[in-house]
Design a protein around this ligand. Structure first.
Ligand code: MAN
Length: 358
């Protein structure tokens, strides 16, 4: 399959929020086409405060308006173990994050490949009760006359949840608060109502795992109250998406069905790999998968150097998919190794041909 790709953004393209902070990664952008046909990205910027020996410093947002933080200083002796993302599990049983993320605004050319504008100031941050430990992985979609952004909000009392913000102009956002409570991420909306309801894909996780984390569907009359939930797509034993899957970009409508670009995770000999696949969902019944990338052949693997090593190596994590202006291709925006942002152009027909039909 012919894929045109480009590394778009890297940490050095941005300045940290404070001179003694460090940018760990720019990743997982929400993407939407602007009325003037250029493409807007909301890029996640993950930062850490400079660490001193023997002490870990965690920034917590205390005022969104003044962009102010409080700092929690954790003696290393209080840390029992560290997780994959550097999260710290403490003696008292709680978990803390060493990094905090916000979003920055980037404008890309109509063809999707050239950065035209990048803003240094944060365009969207967490706030107490809605991401005081940061906001992550935005997904943006236009529905009717509004832009909707779902994002992971990590908060002291609300944990890892998904929140919603709505905008008419992509400049000022009205926060709607949490729509899928912890622990639920990878929430994307379909761009139009189906049978009179708004539809979301999401990925809840449980403590008692009877099955591996899968993609669920849910319906709403108003984007706030969601229900009629069902798991519709599961990880496959032995496949590149063996361990967990989650929706990637908001689904794109094609004649054949809804094209959903999703991520799948597989651990091999202690190394975790994030790859990308496609699933085609029935236009009238989004619970029905018509076709899916083969179990032994993902659409995209973390093959580029900038995906093979970085803050979190072997990761390609798609969060935006935009129809190309030629009507034939799709532009996929992803985080690479949790460090950089890349774009890939693929022909929709090639994707449809690469799948296994049921
Ligand atoms: C999780 C999230 C993402 C991240 C991937 C890969 O799904 O934390 O933000 O990009 O893991 O590390």
């Amino acid at each position: 399959m012919k894929i045109i790709d480009k590394l778009l953004l890297k940490p050095e393209d941005f300045q940290p929020s404070f001179s003694d902070w460090e940018i760990k990664g720019v990743l997982n952008p929400g993407a939407v086409r602007l009325p003037d046909k250029r493409i807007l990205l909301y890029v996640r910027v993950a930062e850490s405060a400079i660490q001193k020996e023997g002490i870990r410093t965690c920034p917590i947002m205390s005022s969104e308006k003044e962009y102010k933080f409080e700092y929690q200083h954790i003696p290393e002796v209080d840390i029992v173990r560290m997780g994959r993302w550097g999260e710290m599990y403490l003696k008292d049983g709680l978990c803390r994050l060493p990094t905090i993320s916000h979003f920055k605004r980037v404008v890309v050319s109509k063809d999707g490949f050239r950065v035209l504008e990048k803003e240094q100031r944060p365009i969207f941050t967490g706030m107490p009760g809605d991401g005081d430990y940061g906001v992550e992985d935005p997904r943006i979609v236009k529905i009717e006359d509004k832009y909707l952004m779902t994002y992971v909000s990590i908060s002291t009392h609300e944990g890892v949840s998904t929140s919603l913000a709505i905008s008419k102009d992509l400049k000022s956002w009205k926060r709607q608060g949490i729509i899928f409570r912890e622990q639920n991420k990878d929430v994307v909306f379909f761009p139009e109502k189906i049978k009179g309801k708004y539809v979301a894909l999401h990925r809840p996780e449980g403590f008692f795992e009877f099955s591996r984390p899968s993609i669920w569907v849910s319906y709403s009359p108003d984007f706030i109250y969601w229900g009629r939930e069902r798991s519709i797509l599961q990880p496959r034993p032995g496949a590149w998406d063996h361990d967990r899957i989650g929706a990637g970009a908001p689904p794109i409508k094609t004649k054949k069905g809804w094209l959903e670009i999703y991520h799948g995770v597989k651990r091999i000999d202690g190394i975790t790999f994030y790859s990308v696949g496609a699933v085609l969902l029935d236009l009238k019944n989004p619970e029905k998968a018509l076709a899916r990338s083969y179990a032994d052949n993902p659409l995209i693997k973390s093959e580029k150097d900038y995906e093979k090593s970085g803050f979190m190596s072997n990761v390609v994590f798609p969060t935006g998919a935009i129809a190309d202006l030629n009507g034939k291709d799709v532009l996929i925006y992803s985080g690479g190794a949790d460090s950089i942002v890349s774009v890939r152009k693929l022909r929709v027909n090639d994707i449809l041909k690469s799948m296994e039909y049921y």
